[in-house]
Structures are given as C-alpha cells and as structure tokens.
Design a protein around this ligand. Structure first.
Ligand SMILES: O=CC(=O)O
Length: 330
C-alpha cells in the first residue's frame, strides 16, 4: 500500500551554518511541502527517530549525508529517498546510499541556463575588469577620462575550453557560439550533439589548458576530478588566460591557484566556488585583485530556484507516495 503522503515525515537538512534549520528553507517550498508532508528539522528528527523515523531526507549542497546520518534519522530503515535541492551530489555518500538501497534525486536541467549565465558573468567580469572598474568609478580617483586604464581582453573570437560538457557545459558552449568563439571541451565521453550543433571539439585536458583563453570548469566533483587543476595544469595555461570555476572548489588545488595568480602565471580567475567555502578571512583569494569571487551563486536566480523547488517537491511527494522518482541520479 503506498503511504498517504500526509503521514510522510521529511527531515530537512539545510546549511551547516544554520544548523539544519527548517526555518531557513525557501518559504515557497516550505509552504507547498507542508500541505502534503510533515517537515521536521534535523534535531527533532534525530530525537524522535526511534518512534517516528523519517521517510525522506531533503538536503542541500554542503550538508554531508552518509550512512551514519541516515541511520540516526531512520534507524528502522524506513527511509525512501534522499532528495537534493541542487544538481551536485558530491556531499552525499552515494556508495553508502547504494549499499542501503536508498535512491538519491537531484534537480538537473532546470538550473542549467542560470548556472551557465553565471559562468559567463564571471568570465566577462574577469575579461573586462568589471569589479575594478566599478570600484574606480565610485572612488575619488575617477576625475577625468583616461584612455588606457583597465584594458581587458577580447572574448569574441577567442578560445573557450569547457571541462565537463554535460547539461550546464553545453549551455555555456551555446553562449560561446554566440560570441563566435572556438569551443574546446574535455569530457569523459564525446558529446556528439555539441560537436555537430556547436562545433565543439573534444581535446585532452592538457591541450585544452594550453590553447584556451578562458578555461571553464563545470565537471562534477568526484575522486577523479578532485585536484584536477593543480600546479602542472596551471603551468600549461597561457599567461593571458583566465580560469572560471563554477563546478566545486576541490576541483582546483587552492594553494596552486593562489601561487599562479600571485606570480601572474595566469591572468586571473572567476570563482563561484572555493575550497574551503567560504574562504577564511584574510585568505589570499579574498585579497588578490586578479580574482572575482561569488558566494556559490551558480543557480541562484528567482526562476531557477522556483523550478528547483518544484522538482524537490515533486520528488519528495513521489517518494512519499511510492511512485517513481522524477529525477533519480543514484
Ligand atoms: O551548487 C549547486 C548545485 O549543485 O546545484
């Protein structure tokens, strides 16, 4: 018998800085979910797990989900799914979920355009010194027009190298085509559609790094991609090239990146994600002027967030009712 969804207990795990707090979830998701299921925060779920095990865990990037947490919230093994608000699931121990037979879903597709736009915002900000220009225009230093200040680099007709040509990477490439760019990519498997429609060319990581004016990281964070970009890789890049990371902080070795930026081995970096995240106060990446930072805002548009919320709701309700999950990823 499928469970009537009104009796479904959903533990909502939000960011660690909020201490797994139901109050900090998007009010729209909260209201809609509460029409159908019972939401509990981590502490409540844990305290009552023996008598009222949770049926679903809803979570978000940064909150580590593994066997220990699942067992603490659902000792009777009642858990039906882990539903993630976001596409990256590197914070969920997928091997342990597989071992426990618990399906995991995420929110792919609906955030691809927004995340690609953000990669482009960082790329453009780097190429044209937008952050420094803004600070200059607000300062007393700007009293007279000057011809040769804040010279940037062309974007149009240059080479972009996309590491990870999945849904988001393809959206980034589509935008690059509009800028008449040469598109290189590095991926686990060829993306024939992007090759045919966008003229993207599959190359080795080394060739991508050597030839690109803009290197954009958009691959999932896995054991294989952790530390993918370190000193040897940064040394392959042109001194005029920029690195944009919209993937996950650990894909780049932070110390190696700091060294490359300090010595101007590369021109600059646009980072939506860092390792650690957030960076400690006074960290060199917070002070270098050839870095543009964003606080993990890739999919943070009103439209994408609403669509992600809807997908979370649909997946939670499917799990509660025992009907097929919409976007199962593991
Ligand atoms: O980082 C955000 C996501 O994984 O969707």
């Amino acid at each position: 018998m499928p469970l009537p969804s009104s009796s479904c207990r959903v533990a909502v795990l939000v960011g660690p800085e909020r201490g797994f707090d139901v109050d900090s979830i998007d009010p729209t998701i909260r209201q809609q979910l509460e029409q159908h299921v019972q939401l509990v925060d981590y502490e409540t779920a844990k305290a009552s797990a023996e008598t009222e095990p949770v049926d679903v865990i809803a979570t978000f990037a940064h909150v580590l989900v593994g066997k220990e947490l699942v067992t603490a919230l659902s000792p009777s093994r009642a858990l039906k799914a882990v539903v993630n608000y976001g596409v990256g699931v590197d914070h969920i121990n997928l091997d342990e979920m597989r071992e426990l037979g618990i399906p995991v879903c995420n929110t792919p597709g609906v955030l691809s355009g927004a995340t690609a736009d953000m990669a482009w915002a960082l790329l453009m900000a780097c190429a044209r010194n937008i952050v420094q220009c803004d600070a200059y225009c607000r300062s007393d230093a700007y009293t007279v027009y000057r011809n040769m200040i804040f010279l940037g680099r062309d974007v149009h007709h240059k080479t972009i190298g996309i590491v990870g040509l999945g849904r988001i990477g393809t959206e980034i490439a589509r935008r690059a085509k509009g800028f008449h760019m040469r598109i290189l990519y590095h991926n686990r498997s060829p993306n024939k559609d992007a090759e045919d429609k966008l003229g993207a060319t599959l190359v080795s990581l080394d060739d991508l790094l050597k030839e690109s004016d803009y290197v954009v990281l958009v691959c999932p964070c896995t054991p294989e991609t952790t530390g993918l970009i370190s000193t040897p890789q940064l040394k392959l890049m042109k001194s005029t090239a920029f690195l944009v990371n919209i993937a996950r902080g650990p894909v780049v070795d932070t110390d190696a990146l700091v060294a490359a930026l300090q010595s101007k081995e590369i021109a600059g970096a646009g980072l939506d994600v860092t390792d650690p995240e957030p960076l400690p106060l006074g960290h060199p990446l917070r002070t270098l002027d050839n870095v543009v930072l964003a606080p993990h805002r890739g999919s943070a548009t009103a439209e994408a967030r609403a669509a992600m919320a809807q997908l979370v709701i649909d997946n939670v309700l499917a799990a509660a009712r025992g009907t097929p999950l919409l976007t199962r990823c593991a």
